[in-house]
Structure formats: structure tokens, C-alpha cells
Write a new protein. Structure first.
Length: 130
């Protein structure tokens, strides 16, 4: 097993060794009513999207509206460990995802439901064929 990018923190190592799979952690309901049903992460080496069963997760509430998720996966294709660090914040202002960047700062983007997006795309394709 190789480590990608950087040395892992104790929390990340713990997630990899004893964390539950992402599939078993989800769904997570926020006090705002938002329900997190999916979590996407890609291998840092081969860019393959991990299955929920491959991701080991550690999730902790930072406060009533913000959930910190560390997801770690040891890629079966290239044997590299990828750590994905996210904060998901949901309150009356909406739901946002925060990404931990290489420079040590957090970037924030509006939450996009990939399943719903695919649903709209499928719907558009269906309309197009008619
Ligand atoms: Zn890989």
C-alpha cells in the first residue's frame, strides 16, 4: 500500500483502518432537513470514481449545521491511498460543500445532487428522442 500526496493524519489513518464503509454511513440527515444520500470521491492516481463500498468514512459534526467527512480509500487498481476531506454545511441559506485544498484553505461551492442531475439529463434525452 502506497500513500498518495502526503502523510496521513491520525483521523485519516483511523478512518482507513476502522472506519465504516460510506455505504453503511449514508444516508445522513441534517437538522435543516437536507439528506445526504451520496458521496463522490476519485482516486488521486488513476482518477477512477470509488464505489461507496470502497470508501472508509469518519464523519463528525462540527456544529449543528456542518458535517466533516473524511473518506479514505485504498484503490484496488493502483494500490494508492486517497484521502478526501469535505465539509458539508446545510442551513436556511442552502447546502454547500467545502473542499480542503492543497494550499490549506477551504473552498466552498453549492451542493449539486448528482443523482438529480442525471435524472434531469435522462429526462432531457427522453424529450429529445420524441
Ligand atoms: Zn487508482
Amino acid at each position: 500500500m502506497k500513500y498518495s500526496m502526503r502523510e496521513m493524519s491520525p483521523r485519516e489513518i483511523s478512518a482507513l483502518q476502522v472506519g465504516k464503509t460510506m455505504d453503511s454511513v449514508l444516508p445522513i440527515t441534517f437538522p435543516s432537513g437536507f439528506v445526504l444520500t451520496g458521496f463522490t470521491a476519485h482516486c488521486a492516481q488513476c482518477a477512477r470514481e470509488f464505489e461507496g463500498s470502497e470508501l472508509r468514512a469518519d464523519h463528525q459534526w462540527l456544529n449543528g449545521s456542518t458535517l466533516s467527512i473524511v473518506a479514505v480509500a485504498n484503490c484496488s487498481e493502483c494500490d494508492v491511498v486517497t484521502v478526501t476531506n469535505r465539509r458539508i454545511k446545510s442551513d436556511e441559506g442552502g447546502t454547500r460543500v467545502e473542499f480542503y485544498q492543497q494550499n490549506g484553505e477551504w473552498a466552498s461551492v453549492p451542493f449539486v445532487d448528482k443523482k438529480k442531475k442525471k435524472g434531469v439529463l435522462a429526462w432531457l434525452k427522453a424529450i429529445w428522442k420524441k
